[in-house]
Design a protein. Structure first.
Length: 465
């Protein structure tokens, strides 16, 4: 049979169309099966975990190489301790993945971001490249010390390197046994105590007097006060019918330096200061510290709140916000960063969890470069360090076993249920800060008596070999 020119052209077009359709199909297959990382890595995608719980999956290590998670020859994933459960996470054929297992999944299965050939090979040939080991910034010794110090009390603790942002410890309780997760998951999901919630990054709490660090930073930055400014508190401060007492200062109502009002946590002084300062400088300072935005971090974070929704910015609300109540809701990670910025001469470090990726024992990828942005003038940060050192020096925080000078701020945050959360944020050593901490004990009572000893234990573990 002979084909005329038009028929041959039509045949070629049909062939091209068929090839194009096949390519579109393959391209779509590859796109949906391999490249949609937001879907493939979604914690609700059980196919992710079912496919990746294999002997070749890489290990998760602490900063010194201690194994935190690894796969056995039969494909079972085993975990070292419940103390790292919220950081390391879980990998389940039914419930997907969370924590570092999800955040660093590409590395753990041996695929780097954008490595489409490896993705294609994995999908088309159903092969699985040997996974890389992922080393975290977590220090297992510090993590264990934090977990033991917090004990079986609901709450959280975070420890950071103030310069690099390395997360040395991140503890949340209640936790769970990651080796029994498959059996216990239904009960964990239904538990009203929310053990699967990482309270360190996603728990939202009133900060109490720890927020006075932010208020003081705003007032010092605006030139409204200095640490030596004499402030007055006569019995109580009343604003728009809202009364705040002048308790706490040993010498009673009267006049004293601002640094004493900070050390002894005089609510009335901070209420008056907040109203004199105004909403905009306070909001500007809080947002500079990272409030009202998700914290850039490898694990999911909740945004800390200064005011709720469309609440009227009244003077009464401003007064209560300035001393740490109002509508404030914060994460422990956020408050650890506040302490770290003060310790780091006003530079706010970006927290990081990845210390490196290793292949065959050799590091093939380092941690992300340290990032920090200035949120306070160095002078203001220095004044705050001095004032926070006074909190400890004047006996307002029992730091337990810590054997070096430290600085911090206590908090006793009212919950509205007749209880109070115990808070402490701080850093050590005072003269050359290296590590910042934040601790909350839910419904724990006084921060200086309950949360501060936990913080002291963590700082001791992090700073003393």
């Amino acid at each position: 049979m002979k084909w005329d020119r038009d028929e041959l052209a039509a045949l070629r077009l049909a062939g091209y169309a068929a090839i194009a359709a096949a390519l579109v199909f393959v391209g779509a297959l590859v796109y949906w099966q391999a490249f949609r990382d937001d879907l493939n890595s979604h914690p609700a995608n059980p196919r992710l975990a079912a496919a990746l719980a294999a002997p070749g999956r890489g290990r998760i290590l602490d900063r010194d190489g201690h194994v935190l998670a690894q796969s056995l020859p039969d494909g079972r994933r085993v975990y070292r301790t419940a103390a790292t459960a919220h950081v390391v996470g879980y990998l389940s054929g039914r419930y997907g993945a969370q924590g570092a297992e999800l955040a660093f999944n590409d590395e753990l299965i041996g695929r780097r971001g954008g490595d489409w050939l490896a993705a294609l090979r994995s999908e088309v040939l159903r092969g699985a490249p040997e996974g890389f080991d992922v080393r975290l910034t977590i220090d297992l010794d510090v993590q264990m010390a934090a977990a033991l110090a917090l004990g079986n009390r609901p709450g959280a603790a975070v420890a950071l390197d103030v310069r690099t942002g390395d997360v040395l410890a991140m503890v949340s309780w209640p936790n769970w046994d990651p080796n029994a997760f498959a059996d216990e998951a239904p009960a964990l999901l239904d538990d009203p105590k929310a053990p699967l919630l990482n309270r360190a990054t996603q728990g939202l709490y009133p900060p109490g007097s720890t927020f006075k660090v932010v208020t003081a930073a705003a007032a010092l930055s605006e030139g409204l006060v200095t640490p030596e400014t004499i402030v007055v508190c006569d019995e109580a401060y009343v604003i728009s019918g809202y009364t705040v007492s002048c308790g706490n200062v040993p010498q009673g109502p009267g006049t004293y330096p601002f640094r004493d009002a900070f050390a002894y946590s005089v609510n009335a002084v901070f209420a008056r200061l907040g109203v004199e300062l105004g909403w905009q400088p306070l909001l500007r300072t809080a947002r500079a510290f990272g409030f009202e935005s998700p914290i850039p971090f490898e694990l999911p974070t909740a945004s800390s709140q200064v005011v709720a929704g469309h609440s009227p910015l009244s003077d009464a609300l401003l007064a209560s916000t300035a001393f740490g109540q109002g509508e404030l809701l914060v994460t422990p990670l956020q408050m650890a960063l506040v302490a770290a910025a003060v310790a780091n001469d006003g530079l706010l470090p970006q927290p990081r969890l990845l210390a490196g990726v290793y292949e065959g024992g050799r590091r093939t990828e380092g941690p992300p470069a340290p990032r920090a942005r200035r949120v306070l003038d160095a002078r203001v940060a220095g004044e705050l360090r001095s004032m926070m050192a006074d909190v400890v020096a004047k006996g307002q925080a029992n730091l337990g076993p810590l054997k070096m000078p430290a600085a911090g701020k206590t908090g006793t945050a009212e919950t509205g249920r007749g209880t109070a959360h115990a808070w402490f944020i701080g850093f050590a050593p005072v003269d050359a800060p290296k590590v910042a901490v934040a601790v909350i004990v839910e419904d724990g009572g006084r921060g200086g008596e309950v949360a501060a000893p936990v913080a002291g234990t963590i700082l001791q573990a992090a700073l003393v070999p």
